[in-house]
Design a protein around this ligand. Structure first.
Ligand code: ATP
Ligand code: MG
Length: 700
């Protein structure tokens, strides 16, 4: 390390202990303007959930409520397997429609002209936008297309699409008629798509000709064709496949509704065709179906019970076989909207951008339902944060004057690897709130995000949650919570986190580390695993009776801050010291040459387990003996000698899920020199395994 770097490093270590107060400019306009205000609201939310959530629910439109609803409790649940099956019901018998709440409610209130989405294509020249009123019209038409294809309330509809506006239209159209959407992320293979179509028993699929990811053109329809062939072999044929023409098509929306193909625009997208084979009788172009004369712009919403299913979504599969998580209409609507409002301190003048793909839960709750229930104006982005270069996100922030930016640690670490000049060429003057989700954010990345991206003037909001939780469950509130780098801070309203001793199952009061579980349900918690309720009870409720088990470990510090350390099976036991691998990883990435690190446990005859580290270096850095020595020093200083990895190997790339999460189970296999990689279908780049195995022999 150079002396300047060492000085910087020293500074960082001091900052790690620092508490960051909410910026005054954010605090003065905040919905929750102080930590005391948060505590008061939180106390009410857990002492009297009926009162708290009834008040919040009154801001939504409910078509009808059963007799006596004003007196009857709005929550009914059982978390205790010894008393019978697990169930959760919020607002049972109350009728509503989430699509109505996300669209009609705003249009009827005179807000139809507000922009719902600024759509930014992969190509920086490719953009359009759509208002709430325009979206309502599209959604009604498409809901009628679905109906004319025989889709009814309760039917599952598979959706395999890139980040295009039609994806939002398709989701809301399903929600409007009570069909259950099952979105499969557009990066999945034909086999993974087929598995999910078959598991959900879908007979209708909505897809797209193709889409651009940087300079790569992906032919989604041809992948969908392969998936549909598998579905026929497995006895679950897709009867109708609606296909959006995206690569070459007339676009709907306000700004650029010309009929030219995109390749005629002055952008930098290379002109290329995306050939599509349409099977007569099954495959139908979206725009042709929408243009039919008998398709009307009117579609009355189906008034659904709050506990009717809204959608199912498979978890990202970083720990094993994905689970079809099922969410219901009422509780999810109230919870996704409320977390959006408070976690991002949303106000109507904000411009919000969440970079997540809609194919993941973050896209469901915080690209579509949460923001739209608040009549927010959002940016929706088709492309990659690194294309045309690593400054793309910040260019987009300036272009739309984004105030609230929400991304994942994997993106932050990737952008951190490149020169800060990519960030600094933009002004980012509009930014107020910068948020993170998906993995523990290591303090180094948190500080870089705060200092470089946020110009030390933004609130950093590290939101912890899961597909299963429907919305944020542990998060700071921008105007209220003094933050600590790397901590998700405190529970959201109505959420009761508990730490349990991993050996005894006893509740840990005060500071300590253990299993993160939740006592009692909040409105957004999943209701079942689709088609497999026993798996729901087994996975989430059988380990510690009476609690929802997250599968993650967490620490509580002396001030009550929660630090989610990652999956509990990512804990290692070195000579009797229980360590979260995230702790060692955080220490390793403090080194200025390290971009990313992943640590796993490996069997050790004496210590029980030892730490094995994979490190990815920043551009231009070289892996050598002296680097390894410096890394060991940092781990010894930050945690202790016992935590020092026995092996540190170079990793040009880490095995990640398609949502960007590190698959540590694969690294465990590599470290153990075993070849038993298990289900790798959700791995983004299977080639990584071979590279890491080859480098195993080159450890220094
Ligand atoms: P699977 O359940 O199939 O293994 P997954 O858990 O990765 O996949 P998600 O529901 O997308 O699927 O991710 C939730 C998990 O992501 C959490 O359980 C936690 O491990 C991690 N996570 C998300 N946000 C944070 C955060 N802010 N801090 C720490 N960990 C986080
Ligand atoms: Mg999970």
């Amino acid at each position: 390390m150079s002396s300047a770097q060492l000085e910087q490093h020293h500074l960082d270590l001091q900052q790690l202990q620092q508490v960051f107060e909410p910026p005054a400019a954010i605090q003065t306009r905040a919905h929750v303007p102080s930590i005391e205000a948060y505590r008061d609201m939180y106390r009410l939310s857990v002492s009297d959930p009926n009162k708290f959530w009834r008040q919040i629910a009154s801001e939504f439109y409910w078509h009808s409520k059963p007799d006596g609803a004003e007196e009857a409790p709005i929550l009914d649940y059982n978390f205790d397997l010894s008393k019978g099956g697990i169930y959760v019901r919020w607002f049972k018998g109350w009728r509503t429609n989430i699509c109505y709440n996300a669209l009609d409610r705003h249009v009827l209130a005179g807000r139809g002209d507000r922009v719902a989405f600024y759509w930014e294509g992969n190509d920086p020249e490719d953009r359009t936008s759509i208002t709430y009123a325009e979206l309502l019209q599209q959604v009604c038409r498409f809901a009628n297309v679905l109906k004319s294809n025989g889709v009814k309330k309760g039917d599952r509809v598979a959706i395999y699409m890139p980040m295009v506006l039609e994806l939002v239209v398709a989701m809301l159209a399903c929600a409007r008629i009570g069909a259950v959407h099952s979105i499969v992320f557009g990066g999945f293979s034909a086999g993974s798509l087929a598995d999910r179509i078959i598991n959900a028993k879908c007979h209708i699929l909505i897809t797209c000709d193709g889409n651009w990811r940087g300079t790569k053109l992906l032919s989604l329809k041809s992948i969908a064709d392969k998936a549909m062939s598998i579905c026929i072999e497995e006895g679950n044929p897709v009867v109708t496949c609606l296909v959006v023409s995206h690569v070459k098509r007339p676009r709907f929306g306000s700004d650029e509704a010309d009929g030219d193909s995109h390749s005629s625009k002055p952008g930098i997208r290379p002109a290329k065709d995306c050939p599509v084979e349409m099977l007569a009788g099954r495959d139908v172009w979206w725009h042709e179906a929408m243009a039919k004369e008998d398709i009307s712009d009117d579609c009355q919403p189906e008034w659904l019970d709050a506990e009717d299913p809204l959608f199912m979504l498979y978890t990202s599969g970083s720990t094993g076989k994905p689970k079809g998580v099922l969410h219901t209409v009422g509780g999810y609507m109230v919870y996704s909207a409320t977390t959006f409002k408070f976690s991002f301190d949303y106000h109507l003048e904000d411009i919000y951008w969440c970079t997540a793909d809609i194919g993941w839960i973050t896209g469901h709750s915080y690209v579509v339902y949460g923001p739209m229930a608040n009549c927010a104006t959002s940016v929706m982005f088709e492309g990659l944060p690194t294309w045309p270069d690593a400054g793309r996100c910040w260019d987009v922030v300036d272009k739309y004057k984004v105030t609230t930016f929400y991304t994942a640690p994997t993106a932050i670490r990737t952008l951190m690897k490149s020169s800060d000049a990519f960030v600094e060429r933009s002004s980012r003057a509009s930014l107020r709130i910068i948020a993170s989700v998906g993995e523990p954010i290591n303090p180094e990345a948190w500080l870089w995000y705060h200092r470089v991206v946020g110009r030390s003037q933004c609130s950093v909001v590290d939101t912890f949650w899961q597909t299963e939780t429907g919305g944020h469950v542990i998060t700071p509130l921008p105007g209220a919570t003094p933050t600590k780098p790397g901590s998700a801070c405190f529970p959201f309203f109505g959420v009761q986190p508990v730490l349990l001793n991993p050996e005894t199952g006893d509740v840990i009061e005060g500071p300590g580390e253990g299993y993160l579980v939740f006592a009692g349900p909040w409105p957004g918690i999943m209701r079942t695993v689709f088609g497999d309720h026993p798996r729901y009870e087994q996975t989430y409720f059988s380990k510690f009776n009476g609690y929802y088990t997250t599968g993650d470990g967490a620490q509580r510090d002396k001030d009550g801050y929660l630090w989610v350390t990652g999956r509990i099976d990512d804990m290692i036991n070195v000579s009797g010291h229980l360590l979260s691998t995230a702790q060692i990883e955080s220490a390793l990435v403090e080194h200025p040459k390290v971009a990313e690190a992943a640590v796993v446990g490996r069997h050790h005859d004496v210590k029980g387990e030892s730490a094995y580290a994979f490190v990815t270096l920043k551009d231009g850095a070289t892996f050598d003996d002296s680097l390894v020595r410096q890394l060991l020093v940092i781990v010894r200083e930050r945690i202790g000698a016992f935590a020092a990895p026995d092996t540190i190997q170079e990793a040009p790339a880490l095995p990640k899920t398609r949502s960007g999460k590190i698959m540590r189970r694969i690294l465990r296999e590599i470290a153990a020199k075993s070849e038993n990689y298990g289900d790798v279908s959700t791995l983004a780049d299977p080639g990584v395994i071979e590279t890491l195995v080859a480098l195993r022999t080159r450890q220094v």
